[in-house]
Ligand binder design. Structure first.
Ligand SMILES: Nc1ncnc2c1ncn2[C@@H]1O[C@H](COP(=O)(O)OP(=O)(O)OP(=O)(O)O)[C@@H](O)[C@H]1O
Ligand SMILES: [Mg+2]
Length: 508
């Protein structure tokens, strides 16, 4: 028997399906997505209004058929990456700046490295990355990843004057199938513009497509704060890691109050009383049994306040409305924004928009799923939102199958419970399910009012047109019956009926 160990790069190189890089279609889509996501995170974390240039071009002309090589490039005006981190950020799996507890699109330190790895595996081409933090100089690398060492290999270095440009540029060559991926990529960009209406994005496609999304608002959601972990959000391994990081900066009581949110002096006292450990003990000296005892005491403690929601950055009703209007321009739109809630020690919040009619929606319910402002486009049927919708009695809200309805569900969390590292669908945690259900109910109630007004209106319109058709005949007939020469004056009646219809229309 022979044993060996592999690095994270090698693991994901072999199992790229786990990160969504399944086939040339999906991989091209994911490459665009990972690059765009990172650019937006970088702008938003610095409060910069994002301006992105996204391009996909055919690489070389010798391959006529799909799949073929595509050059994917994204340039942003974000905060940039300092030179000392630049190569590692793109050339090492699990190297990132977003392991902190605050809402961001990125979570794993994996996304862009997967795009580089996938490109390298399918085309044997290096990636090109360049960045400027200062706006004075930019630094760039042509690099590949040494999969066995999980390290970047720098092939060429570049450096020059940035002439005022701050931000990052990433270019990779990948094997892709644009013909099949096109609609997903366009939907992704459109929905990204919906989830972030303050973004300006220009997209150049391989067939000369030129799509422009201009920001429709100058307002951005407030950037989230970094928060400490909630005690219910950690397990024993994490507790040990935190104790190691604490070193010897103070006793156990100090460690607990400083390392966790929602843990004050009184809470520490009550917790430690339950397990009979003195607060003056050094955290590093806790035995395995004591650590276990502390963890169980935390898990069974009933009085923690729910997690601090300041790590969240929801869109809010106005921005969500602006985004949905820009994309769907619906006839009717209602928004329902829930207060922050929590699952397993992680804060989250749900925002829902329900749209009816307009030029884009087709008959039936179309669901748009967003998580931390990322549109989720694959594996829709496995997602929690459909589970909730399938368990609701929609006819109770006067929703019929021919109605063109859009349901937009945005979940924000410091830790979105994705089912895979490909970040495509959300696990059905009961707490999240509940919040989605309540938000949908609230929005559907308002939709019901609108739909019933619409129905009444249609009914009255029909009635009015029936009257105007038959009234002259009835009048004539009545005149004939009584032997009058002229029918009675019925003309005044018709405008009254039409006015009634107008009034109802205005009320709606
Ligand atoms: N356009 C960019 N601007 C600034 N920093 C960037 C940019 N792209 C990548 N980075 C840095 O590189 C790191 C690695 O990116 P990567 O996409 O691999 O991971 P992530 O975004 O942290 O998490 P995820 O795996 O969920 O995408 C990021 O954490 C970020 O610090
Ligand atoms: Mg990322």
């Amino acid at each position: 028997m022979s044993f060996e160990e592999i690095t994270p790069s090698e693991f994901f190189y072999r199992n790229r399906d786990l990160a969504g890089f399944t086939n040339p279609t999906r991989s091209l889509y994911f490459t665009v997505r990972e690059l765009v996501e990172n650019s937006l995170d970088s702008c938003e974390s610095k409060g910069i209004k994002p301006e992105l240039f996204v391009s996909i071009a055919i690489d070389g002309s010798e391959q006529q058929e799909e799949p073929r090589f595509y050059d994917v490039m994204v340039q942003d005006n974000g905060g940039g990456i300092p030179r000392r981190h630049l190569a590692d950020a793109f050339g090492r799996v699990f190297y990132g700046s977003k392991f902190k507890l605050k809402q961001s699109r990125g979570m794993f330190g994996l996304g862009v490295t997967m795009a580089v790895l996938y490109g390298q595996a399918t085309t044997n081409r290096p990636a090109f990355v360049a960045s400027s933090v200062s706006g004075q100089r930019y630094y760039g690398y042509q690099l590949k990843i040494d999969v066995e060492k999980n390290r970047p290999v720098i092939l060429r270095k570049f450096e020059g004057r940035a002439v005022g440009w701050r931000g990052t540029l990433v270019a990779v060559t990948v094997l892709g199938d644009y013909q099949r991926a096109e609609s997903k990529i366009i939907s992704y960009l459109e929905q990204t513009a919906m989830a972030a209406p303050y973004v300006t994005m220009i997209f150049r496609g391989p067939r000369g497509e030129d799509l422009r999304f201009h920001r429709v608002t100058d307002f951005m959601p407030k950037p989230p704060h970094e928060i400490l972990p909630h005690p219910l959000g950690v397990d024993i391994e994490m507790l040990k890691k935190m104790i190691r990081a604490w070193k010897d900066r103070g006793d156990l009581a100090h460690f607990l109050t400083r390392s966790f949110q929602r843990v004050g002096g009184k809470t520490v006292q009550k917790l430690l009383e339950r397990i009979d450990i003195p607060g003056s003990m050094e955290p590093g000296k806790l035995s395995e049994d004591q650590l276990q005892g502390l963890m169980s005491a935390i898990k069974s403690y009933e009085y923690f306040l729910p997690p601090d929601p300041s790590g969240l950055s929801p869109l809010g009703a106005d921005l969500l409305e602006a985004g949905v209007r820009r994309m769907l321009n619906p006839e009717f739109l209602t928004i329902s924004v829930r207060k922050p809630s929590a699952y397993g020690g992680h804060p989250f919040t749900v925002e829902v928009a329900v749209a009816y009619g307009g030029p884009r929606l087709k008959p039936g319910i179309t669901v748009f799923r967003l998580a931390n402002r990322i549109p989720l486009l694959y594996d829709e049927s496995s997602d929690v939102t459909w589970k909730v919708l399938n368990n609701m009695d929609l006819s109770g809200y006067r929703i019929r199958s021919e109605h063109p309805i859009g349901v937009i569900v945005h979940i924000c969390s410091t830790r979105v419970p994705y089912k895979t590292v490909g970040k495509e669908y959300i696990a059905d945690r009961p707490e999240i399910e509940r919040e989605i259900r309540l938000a949908l109910r609230d929005a559907f109630r308002r939709l019901r009012v609108y739909l019933s007004r619409k129905e009444t209106m249609a009914y009255r319109k029909k009635r009015a047109s029936t009257y105007s058709k038959y009234l002259p005949l009835i009048a004539k007939f009545a005149a004939g019956l009584v032997g009058a020469k002229k029918p009675p004056p019925y003309e005044d009646l018709i405008p009254t009926l039409e006015r009634e219809v107008l009034l109802v229309e205005e009320a709606a």
